[in-house]
Ligand binder design. Structure first.
Ligand SMILES: Nc1ncnc2c1ncn2[C@@H]1O[C@H](COP(=O)(O)OP(=O)(O)O)[C@@H](O)[C@H]1O
Ligand SMILES: [Mg+2]
Length: 233
């Protein structure tokens, strides 16, 4: 789904303190893009993802995703929008510890009318042999694969990932990024991925650089690399 932001502002108020997390952000993203949002801590990356994904309201400005005018939608409409169109992946895997891998994915499947086939999906994300294990029996990378499967089972048009490899070592992180790249290509899912790791920008179609609540630069990558070919130290 194409995503369009027009002069989006987000101000957080706590007591007397106001934080201007987004200061007039305008952005145009195409359907099917693999987008990496890059920027230092506190630059507004998570805020940007949260307002685009309908997790939080903008203070000012407009967001439209396909025909949905996000900034005008009620809480209830946003919940439905998220449920039907957006998958979220976070640095923390947020799995239910008392449920197996398959049961965790079934939770996502129950939210929508036409979920993906769970066994096929588990195979696709490399968890075929782990379906009946519990989260504590899995490595961090495997747990993130479960979170990805739980998001994807709803068949979302967009996958919003906030520092999805932030808790993983380099090798495992690259495997997860390769999986997200593959899903973007094969399922045509738009991926928007936040990171403060500049090396990861090399796998993007589009790189959005944030600084102090503003977009410093948007660039289309000339030569997109495969996740397995990038390095960081
Ligand atoms: N819920 C909140 N309440 C108040 N301030 C917040 C909240 N979330 C984020 N902020 C502030 O907004 C700014 C941008 O934060 P954030 O979007 O989380 O940045 P990033 O993800 O790039 O690290 C920071 O100054 C942060 O402290
Ligand atoms: Mg953040």
């Amino acid at each position: 789904m194409p995503i369009k932001l027009k002069k989006v502002e987000k101000v957080y108020k706590s007591g007397d303190v106001e934080t201007r997390a987004l200061r007039g952000v305008s952005l145009d993203l195409s359907d099917g893009d693999f987008v990496v949002v890059l920027g230092p801590s506190g630059s507004g990356k998570s805020t940007l993802l949260n307002v685009m994904g309908g997790l939080d309201h903008v203070t000012k400005g407009e967001i439209s995703i396909d025909d949905f005018t996000i900034h005008e939608m009620s809480q209830k409409a946003l919940t439905l929008f998220r449920r039907n169109h957006v998958g979220f992946i976070f640095q923390q895997y947020n799995l239910l510890q008392t449920l197996t891998v398959k049961e965790n994915v079934e939770i996502g499947a129950r939210l929508v009318e036409n979920p993906r086939d769970i066994d096929e999906l588990l195979k696709r994300v490399g968890l075929k042999d782990h379906a009946n294990k519990y989260p504590f029996q899995l490595s961090g990378g495997e747990q993130q694969r479960v979170a990805i499967a739980r998001a994807l089972v709803k068949n979302p048009k967009m996958l919003f990932c906030d520092e999805p490899t932030g808790a993983l070592d380099e090798k495992t992180a690259k495997e997860i990024l390769a999986l997200l790249q593959d899903l973007n290509k094969s399922l045509k899912t738009t991926v928007i991925l936040i990171t403060h790791n500049a090396s990861i920008a090399q796998i993007a179609d589009v790189v959005v650089k944030m600084n102090s609540g503003e977009i410093a630069e948007v660039s289309r990558t000339k030569e997109t690399l495969s996740a397995k070919d990038i390095h960081w130290g």
